[in-house]
Design a protein around this ligand. Structure first.
Ligand code: MRU
Length: 379
């Protein structure tokens, strides 16, 4: 299928897309987020001065995506410490803000451990706050490095699986710079293929109901000058049937010890389609997304989101080219109940490979995953 579907982006903005940053103005430290609920119509920043504001930003998906949630959570603990709030309370609230992405808890706990470690050694609150911030910065840096390594491993795997080059990749949700300290997970692999001249097309699922694909992945692909085409989630089946998909690349919010993958709702149907059509289904995620404490897919808590996200179209909420768009337009009769899980779980037998910064696991087994994680986890 062809290039009449191409986007043909002429986006000339800089390709850097920093999703968050820490600043220390005279009034006190702040965590500044690019408000993802406003993209792509507006690039608006949200300034968080305390953990409750960050919790709200996490719940509303102003900041989102597993690796970035971890980084944000760590900075949130640092923020509470630096501003003299109760750090344990802040950590508990941040960790509980969303249940599925394990990275959030990992990030919060890392900064909290650094803070507690200093106090346990007899340091004062100021030193503990400095340590929490250093832990957040380290996680941020490590995530950028992991992202670059995942891109390298992922591209090598793609080239092995698809020796012909000219990859046509289908992706779901958003897994680029907007979820990472670097260029992301699955999206970073597609970007590496683009830079190597081997991406023929990035098929972008719109990702109902909050449109992370349409609003965010398309935004990132346009900024990077990639050849991409947007489709409704329900069009994926006919795209596979037409032989237009060479591989599926997605991220993950939590990977259980047995290799079950929780990711944005709609990932599991893609895995089933991929298997039926003999197309590789590849999951790209940092090792911090693998949770050895979660034995299997059934043990993963899937976040249930409010029904109005399905019964109303709410994004974008701002005027586009002078025309008021969205703003909670009802698309179902008032009072309609909606089933709105944020994620679904793909069993390991449908996953061709899991790519991490430590390399790829294929086939996906409990043992292979444990061995991979042991390479990176300090004991
Ligand atoms: O609800 P979201 O937008 O936070 O969901 C994000 C996803 O499902 C991503 O695919 C996942 O976090 C992986 S990003 C590396």
């Amino acid at each position: 299928m062809a290039d009449q579907y191409a986007h043909g982006s002429d986006d000339k903005r800089p390709t850097e897309i920093p999703a968050l940053r820490w600043e220390e103005p005279p009034e006190g430290p702040v965590l500044i987020l690019l408000d993802q609920t406003r993209l792509p119509a507006e690039e608006v920043e949200l300034v968080c001065t305390d953990a409750p504001a960050l919790v709200e930003a996490i719940r509303s998906l102003a900041v989102r995506g597993a690796p970035l949630l971890g980084i944000a959570g760590a900075y949130g603990v640092a923020l509470a410490a630096a501003r003299g709030f109760d750090v344990d309370d802040a950590a508990a609230a941040l960790e509980g803000a969303r249940p599925t992405a394990v990275n959030l808890a990992v990030g919060v706990r890392r900064a909290l451990a650094a803070h507690r470690g200093v106090l346990a050694r007899g340091g004062d609150e100021r030193e503990a706050a400095v340590a929490a911030l250093a832990a957040a910065r380290r996680l941020h840096r490590e995530d950028a490095e992991a992202s670059a390594r995942m891109a390298g491993h992922g591209l090598t795997l793609l080239d092995e699986l698809l020796p012909g080059g000219g990859h046509r990749i289908l992706t779901h949700c958003n897994t680029g710079s907007l979820v990472s300290g670097g260029e992301g997970t699955a999206f970073a692999v597609a970007l590496a293929a683009h830079r190597a001249g081997r991406l023929r097309r990035l098929w972008v699922d719109e990702t109902r109901p909050l449109l992370q694909g349409a609003r965010l992945t398309a935004y990132e692909a346009a900024r990077r000058g990639m050849a991409y085409t947007l489709l409704t989630d329900s069009a994926a089946g006919s795209l596979f049937a037409a032989g237009e998909v060479d591989a599926v690349l997605i991220g993950a919010d939590r990977i259980a010890a047995d290799g079950s993958v929780a990711n944005k709702v709609g990932s599991y149907p893609l895995a089933v389609l991929a298997r039926y059509h003999h197309v590789p289904f590849i999951v790209v995620a940092p090792v911090t997304t693998v949770d050895p404490q979660t034995p299997d897919g059934a043990s993963i808590e899937v976040e249930q989101r409010p029904g109005h996200e399905v019964t109303e179209v709410t994004a974008p909420r701002v005027p586009v080219a002078g025309i008021e768009a969205g703003g909670g337009i009802l698309v179902a009769p008032l009072g309609t109940q909606a089933y709105n899980p944020a994620f679904d779980v793909t069993p390991p037998e449908l996953v061709t490979a899991i790519v991490t910064e430590e390399g790829a696991v294929s086939p996906v087994t409990t043992e292979a995953l444990a061995e991979l994680c042991a390479r990176s986890r300090p004991v």
